[in-house]
Design a protein around this ligand. Structure first.
Ligand SMILES: [Zn+2]
Length: 306
């Protein structure tokens, strides 16, 4: 059984006209999943993350800043491209809360796998600040919940967004119970994620040059990232599922197609099946061409259902 966590509040986070990380992204995802093929999805309304859950990975000052949010009828820019509007605080709480609830569901056996169709995304947010369209680091909040509320000892985070998950890496680079494995374009925002950034041996970065495509992506995962993930024997697999390495994406220069997202999803599901009793939680990160995003999420969710 695949659970789908989402919440209407995630549609009400609006960073302003012309912003790439726009509500239409989630509309496109939900429309793609509103199809007979996905009738068996167990659809759950995401709860809000609690302050306690957020404080496991974020500073009190950062949590309070996002909870306070934008002034009434105004916008608040937390960095050059990360902007809060009136609906942003609740969206951020639901996005982080979705991934936490999904972790609870797969660890208590209610579900085997889950996908969180939420925004804002999370993997650029660091302990102390919002960054790169991200307010709270949703996947990090989920990993910390699995560590601290459930007592897991080995959690894998696989991140195939085209951008490096700098926030996730920074939060866990001294935490050997979390293995972070990422493929990303280099050079590209946020200019981190070199192969020699290894944390305490728990960070595995794989870079792709602009113009790389399916072959290079699959080779990187097959030869470097997946072997490290299997050797780690994770008890839970978390996925930062960004779809902006698609060839039609306007923010990057990698040339994947939706079939590549089916491919990586099948392998991450097999990783979870081999070591984690199938337990996998995926959450939406980037993906900025609406048609490419819809097709890629469909491929991802179809592979998770299979
Ligand atoms: Zn991205």
């Amino acid at each position: 059984m695949l659970r789908l966590y989402t919440h209407p509040a995630c549609l009400l986070h609006d960073p302003g006209p012309g912003h790439a990380e726009r509500p239409a992204r989630l509309h496109a995802v939900l429309q793609a999943l509103d199809h007979d093929r996905y009738a068996a999805l167990d659809r759950i309304e995401a709860p809000r993350a609690t302050r306690e859950q957020l404080l496991r990975v974020h500073s009190a000052a950062h949590v309070e800043e996002v909870l306070l949010g934008a002034p009434p009828d105004d916008m608040l820019a937390l960095d050059q491209d990360t902007v809060m509007g009136p609906g942003s605080t609740d969206a951020a709480l639901r996005a982080a809360g979705a991934v936490v609830a999904a972790v609870d569901a797969v660890l208590d056996g209610t579900a085997r796998r889950a996908f969180c169709a939420v925004r804002p995304p999370g993997h650029h947010a660091t302990r102390d600040r919002a960054m790169g369209f991200c307010l709270f680091n949703n996947i990090a909040v989920a990993a910390a919940h699995a560590l601290l509320a459930h007592g897991l000892k080995r959690i894998a985070i696989a991140d195939f967004d085209v951008h490096h998950g700098n926030g996730t890496q920074a939060i866990f680079e001294h935490e050997p119970r979390v293995l972070f494995a990422s493929s990303h374009q280099s050079p590209l925002y946020p200019d981190s994620g070199r192969e020699d950034e290894r944390g305490v041996g728990n960070i595995v970065n794989g870079t792709l040059s602009p113009g790389a495509g399916s072959h290079e992506f699959r080779e990187l995962w097959d030869s470097v990232l997946l072997p490290r993930l299997h050797a780690f024997k994770p008890q839970l697999v978390l996925v930062s599922a960004g779809f902006d390495a698609h060839r039609n994406d306007p923010l990057a220069d990698i040339r994947l197609g939706s079939e590549d997202y089916a491919w990586i999803t099948e392998r991450l599901a097999a990783l979870a099946d081999a070591h984690a009793g199938g337990r996998l939680v995926s959450t939406l990160e980037g993906g900025y061409d609406l048609a490419a995003l819809a097709a890629s999420v469909s491929a991802h969710v179809s592979a998770l259902i299979a």
